[in-house]
Write a protein that binds this ligand. Structure first.
Ligand code: DGL
Length: 260
């Protein structure tokens, strides 16, 4: 099997829209995706466990797939573990962090909402992003691990029917604060961005998909591996894997099961 140009890593299926963005730009680029199902959800782990889990997953990717680049398409893993991941693998690593800078640049003076996991909302890295790019802005943080679980476990089967109930609490916090812009600071939420937009009305949603995608492409030159077939792996195969197989199909990836 040829080595992939880029392997995308998330705790689950959150990073798939990032892979889709890149494939849309470079359809023949050889890519693979690893959902770290052994440690999902990252957002509810302590920072030291997130560091350990994400670094282990990146090492597994390097040892088994040996890509030109690893894209950590998970905000929780990136804000907690990017340094450790970069220390432990030898290929370039692209991270995904909440788009605080564009949100501050592209909005007026009204509050900015950040919708993310507990592990991101509580991270010193997020504090430093805010201090650097939005020091004088009112920031409203809403942690929504329940939306992560919903997207990972239920969304595919209930076609969005239960989504509004799950989102009510976190989006209520943002509405009440009258935010003008909301940073989608968790990749899982991109899958349900249309519903979030509908529930928040005229609020502007900002995510990092294009910025991260461009960064990935800038690091891969024209000689990067091309493929006729891209692959989807999980780090642990257990009950409920049919859902992952279907996500793989939806994104045009071949289901490979557990990466061992
Ligand atoms: N998709 C991940 C992110 O962007 C988090 C999901 C999880 O909690 O595992 O933060």
């Amino acid at each position: 099997m040829n080595k992939p140009a880029a392997v995308f890593l998330d705790s689950g299926i959150g990073g798939l829209p990032y892979l889709a963005w890149v494939k849309n730009q470079r359809p023949n680029l050889a890519v693979s995706y690893l959902a770290d199902t052994a440690h999902f959800p990252y957002g509810e782990l302590s920072s030291s466990r997130i560091i350990q889990a994400a670094a282990e997953a990146a090492q597994l990717i390097q040892a088994r797939l040996n890509p030109s680049l690893i894209a950590v398409v998970c905000n929780t893993a990136s804000v907690n573990a990017l340094e450790e991941i970069r220390r432990t693998v030898s290929c370039p690593v692209v991270g995904t962090v909440p788009a605080v800078k564009p949100a501050a640049q592209e909005s007026s003076t009204k509050p900015i909402g950040i919708l993310a996991t507990q592990g991101t909302v509580n991270s010193p890295y997020l504090n430093s992003l805010i201090a650097a790019y939005a020091p004088h802005r009112e920031i409203v943080r809403a942690a929504a691990g329940d939306i992560v679980r919903y997207v990972e476990e239920d969304w595919l089967d209930d076609s969005g029917i239960g989504a509004r109930d799950v989102m009510q609490r976190a989006l209520g916090i943002l509405k009440q604060a009258e935010v003008e812009t909301v940073v989608i600071g968790c990749t899982h939420f991109l899958h349900v961005a249309e519903i979030i937009q509908d529930m928040l009305g005229g609020v502007r949603l900002i995510d990092s998909r294009e910025g991260v995608g461009r960064r990935i492409l800038s690091l891969l030159d024209e000689s990067s591996p091309v493929s006729g077939e891209d692959h989807f792996y999980v780090s642990r195969s257990a009950a409920g894997m049919d859902r992952y197989r279907r996500f793989a199909e939806l994104y045009g990836l071949k289901w490979m099961g557990e990466l061992t």
